[in-house]
Design a protein around this ligand. Structure first.
Ligand code: ADP
Length: 899
């Protein structure tokens, strides 16, 4: 920047906050004055410029011509005594004090050609005894300017003055960290009493007493809620920097701070829940909501989206979108949602503003990147939209603030350069502030990008010492040679357009180690008067930590996917609606499709038609009870072949007990099934082979019994009767096995006929009395009821229930049989007073080969109840049991009556 340039000088002088007047040393004609000077003089400046000094200042007690002559002669700056001025500003009279400084301006041959007069306004002092020195006045002025600048910086900044740490100023960002607290003019510990005795208080004292700067990262600051007094867990990174007065002693403290609670919580939360898929999804930085039907009903929403809308789940789920957020009615979202449902297109929009009206009537401006994807319902029709959005308000605002800040700085920088020599002390303070600012700031000169200034933060980010100032950027940071930054700077330099980027990555050398650093950055060109770019101001905020913690979330999602791919089962994930959101590699390989194809094709399409209905009722029950639905079912593979699987569909509940998603694990059990088939074939074959000899044994025994009956040999008779019982028992068992093996290959065959139930019971009761002489078998009912059923198979069921009742109860106890009409059904009840069954075993009784584990060795194979259930189901009836351990069991079945 060419400071000698007249035009530039004009600009700088005019925008300077200090009154400036330049007088020709030869003829005392006033050549230049700025607005501020005009104000101090009390006349509009056009009245002043071009006039002679005598005309303007007739009274010597204001400005003195003689002093100008002295300065011309002595070639030295002169600080004149303070003067009183009466000003008229907006028709109000104001009294002020000024300290004029007379500064010689030399030509090339070192002759004073002009004298510049700086009118430095002093703050009025209440008490003459406290009257400030000229230096103090400058400092005071500078403080004001500093405060104005502080308001623009996107970090909480406060200045505490004196040993009581009185809040002298706090920028809006700082105030927003402790809303509803009065800070200004109050001692730190009165404004924030809960911090008495805290580390922060100790640190303030140390900084004040020792004059050192202190930095703290991720520190717990024990704030508490103003109303309830409840402690809050809030973490901050902050820096405390001493402020020195003219004598060099500490007279105050700068606090730079930013809250990191959110970032830390992200990290902690991540550690706690990396295994919990549900929470991972809730932790995803994306907001997710599902909206259905023309009325735009919110069906499902994740925590992140609730937080963004500032609503609770109850206020939202099941209600129309525009009723929840009526202020979005005149924004484009509802229209877009309906369009997606109608046309099936996918909408993907970046940096869209979304305006919410807060309860207090203020407008909350947010920005989001969002996508709308169409969803189809169970009937295959498009009826919903999956909305995924990322709130980027902070990013957009940070960028805007950064741009503004850069702009402010570039103006301040212009002013600073011109005031350079004259106000060295004051400038040092300003520079000090820039140096210690937590935002990285640097100035690059010329097209070689010579580092003209670099504050502490930028040196920290670059990982370089102060000695790089004066080098070119390429010399100072040789590692960026193949990175795009020099190119960006070149563009800014040639086009004059500022460059800004968010979360841009640089590899920078920090003590022999190449480090990955992310930052938001603005390159602001600074032009000279001719409009040529002379410098580039670099303002950057290090966002490495935020980026890394977000990446960790992304990584853990990838980690989940990787794990899911390593598991030997097929894993799927679905929304509570059934919409599939994830299928692992095993699933995709099995189906021979990619994710989108398989999702669109539909998980249900792969199921065996015979199993879909049962699966759906099972799922509905699981959704109600929260208990996983386990079933054996067939899925079609890529060759169109159905393969048996063990399918477990687990509803995952959130903390309110509401299903947040389904996780499915599906394991190939085809080989097991085949094995079982072979076993059944074997049993079937063996049983068949055994039946033939048993039939002849039975016939021979009958003959022998008849012969023995004709003799008096009672022992022989009893022995044949017992043998016949055992043969019958064996035949029943073998028939059972045969039935099972037949069941495997085909459905059970039912041959129905209509018959009277009371007749059937009369007939079997005779048998039971003979067969079970050890127990009292009682029939309690006699009403006549007719059913249409397979008579033999129903007898088989009763035999089994009564047989079990006898088998699992003490000799001498009673087995009670009864039946009754319930609506249009007959209910048959078999009750015993035996050992009973534990509740957890009851639901498994009807499974094949299931036997309750028990101490007493009671023979059996666990197929009786299985066959009974299959028979009752084949009749369209139902069967169940109730029992109390130690007291006895009751078995029920129901069949339709013929009415
Ligand atoms: P099993 O041949 O083992 O009796 P079932 O299929 O008839 O086979 O019965 C399955 C299991 O149910 C039995 O092993 C037994 O543990 C239990 N069970 C059946 N009926 C009763 C009953 N009346 N009292 C107690 N336990 C019973």
């Amino acid at each position: 920047m060419n400071l000698a340039d007249n035009h530039l000088l004009d600009t700088v002088i005019n925008s300077s906050p200090i009154g400036i007047c330049i007088v020709n040393a030869d003829n005392f004609i006033v050549e230049k004055v700025n607005d501020k000077f005009g104000q101090l003089h009390g006349n509009p400046n056009d009245l002043i410029a071009g006039k002679s000094f005598d005309d303007l200042f007739p009274k010597k007690n204001v400005l003195d011509k003689k002093i100008i002559s002295d300065v011309v002669k002595n070639k030295e700056t002169l600080y004149a005594d303070e003067i009183n001025l009466i000003l008229k500003i907006n028709d109000r009279i104001k009294e002020t004090k000024c300290s004029p400084v007379y500064v010689p301006i030399f030509d090339n041959s070192d002759i004073v050609v002009k004298v510049a007069i700086w009118m430095i306004e002093n703050a009025p002092s209440k008490n003459e005894a406290e009257s400030q020195t000229k230096e103090d006045a400058i400092i005071e002025k500078e403080r004001k300017r500093t405060n104005a600048l502080l308001n623009e910086i996107p970090t909480g900044i406060a200045i505490l003055s004196g040993k009581d740490f009185i809040f002298e100023s706090a920028n809006p960002m700082y105030q927003s960290l402790v809303p509803s607290r009065t800070l200004m003019g109050k001692p730190f510990l009165d404004a924030l009493p809960e911090l008495r005795g805290s580390e922060l208080e100790k640190a303030l004292k140390t900084v004040f007493e020792d004059g050192v700067s202190l930095s703290f990262n991720d520190d717990l600051v024990p704030f508490s809620d103003l109303e309830s007094g409840e402690p809050e867990e809030r973490y901050f990174s902050y820096r405390l920097i001493p402020r020195f007065d003219a004598e060099g002693s500490v007279d105050g403290i700068f606090i730079f701070t930013s809250e990191v609670t959110h970032v830390l919580n992200n990290k902690l939360g991540l550690d706690r829940t990396s295994n919990n898929l549900n929470q991972i999804i809730n932790m995803l930085p994306a907001s997710v909501v599902i909206i259905r039907y023309d009325e735009l009903i919110v069906e499902m929403i994740n925590d992140s989206n609730l937080a963004y809308w500032k609503k609770t789940r109850d206020e939202v789920v099941g209600r129309p979108f525009l009723e929840i957020l009526p202020d979005l009615a005149d924004q484009p979202f509802a229209g877009q949602l309906r369009r997606v449902m109608q046309t099936g297109e996918i909408i993907d929009i970046k940096e869209s503003p979304v305006l919410f009206t807060e309860p207090d009537g203020t407008i909350r401006e947010t920005f989001v990147d969002y996508t709308y994807q169409p969803l189809t319902g169970l009937d295959g029709k498009r009826d919903g939209v999956l909305v995924m959005s990322f709130e980027i308000t902070d990013r957009v605002q940070a960028r805007r603030q950064l741009e503004e800040y850069a702009n402010q700085l570039s103006i301040a920088y212009d002013q600073l350069s011109i005031l350079n020599n004259k106000l060295s002390k004051s400038e040092a303070r300003f520079k000090f502030l820039i140096e210690k600012a937590p935002v990285a700031i640097g100035v690059l000169r010329g097209k070689e990008f010579i580092i003209e200034s670099a504050n502490n933060k930028i040196l920290e980010v670059w990982g370089k010492p102060e000695t790089i100032i004066g080098l070119t950027l390429a010399e100072a940071l040789p590692e960026i040679k193949d990175q795009p930054f020099l190119g960006y700077l070149d563009d800014v330099f040639t086009t004059g357009k500022p460059f800004h980027a968010n979360e841009i990555m640089a590899m920078l050398m920090h003590e022999d180690e190449l480090k990955e650093i992310f930052f938001n950055v603005v390159y602001q060109p600074i032009a000279d008067v001719n409009g040529n770019i002379a410098d580039i101001l670099v303002v950057a905020v290090d966002v490495t930590e935020q980026v890394n913690s977000r990446k960790m979330v992304e990584k853990s999602e990838a980690y989940f996917k990787m794990l899911a791919d390593l598991v030997p089962a097929k894993i799927s994930n679905a929304l509570p609606t059934g919409e599939v959101t994830f299928l692992n590699k095993k699933w995709l390989e099995f189906a021979g499709m990619n994710f989108e194809d398989m999702r669109n094709f539909g998980y249900q399409q792969m199921m065996h038609p015979d199993e879909i209905a049962k699966f759906q009722t099972g799922l509905a029950a699981a959704a109600k009870s929260g208990i996983p639905h386990i079933s054996e079912m067939r899925f079609k593979n890529s060759e169109g072949k159905y393969i048996w699987h063990l399918n477990i569909a687990s509803p995952i509940l959130d903390e309110n007990g509401v299903i947040s998603m389904w996780v499915g694990s599906t394991t190939d059990i085809q080989w097991l099934k085949e094995e079982e088939q072979r076993k059944n074939d074997f049993i079937g074959m063996v049983s068949h082979e055994l039946k033939t000899p048993l039939t002849s044994v039975n016939t021979y025994l009958q003959l022998l019994l008849r012969k023995a009956e004709k003799t008096d040999d009672n022992f022989l008779k009893q022995a044949y009767i017992q043998s016949l019982k055992q043969v019958k028992h064996m035949t029943d068992m073998i028939n059972g096995f045969l039935d099972v093996s037949r069941l495997e290959s085909a459905k059970i065959r039912i041959e129905k006929s209509e018959f009277e139930v009371s007749d059937l019971f009369k007939e079997i009761m005779l048998d039971y009395e003979l067969q079970y002489s050890t127990h009292k078998i009682i029939l309690d009912s006699s009403s006549s009821l007719r059913i249409n059923a397979d008579r033999l198979k129903i007898i088989q069921v009763l035999n089994n229930l009564v047989g079990n009742a006898v088998k699992y109860s003490e000799n001498g106890s009673t087995v009670q049989i009864s039946y009754e009409q319930i609506d249009k059904n007959i209910r048959v009840i078999v009750r015993d007073n035996g050992m009973g069954i534990k509740p957890e075993n009851i639901k498994r009784l009807f499974e094949r080969y299931y036997r309750v584990e028990q101490d007493s060795k009671i023979a059996g194979f666990g197929i009786g109840l299985y066959l009974s259930a299959e028979i009752i189901f084949a009749h369209g009836g139902k069967i169940w049991a109730e029992s109390e351990i130690g007291k006895g069991s009751v078995f029920y079945f129901e069949l339709k009556l013929t009415l």
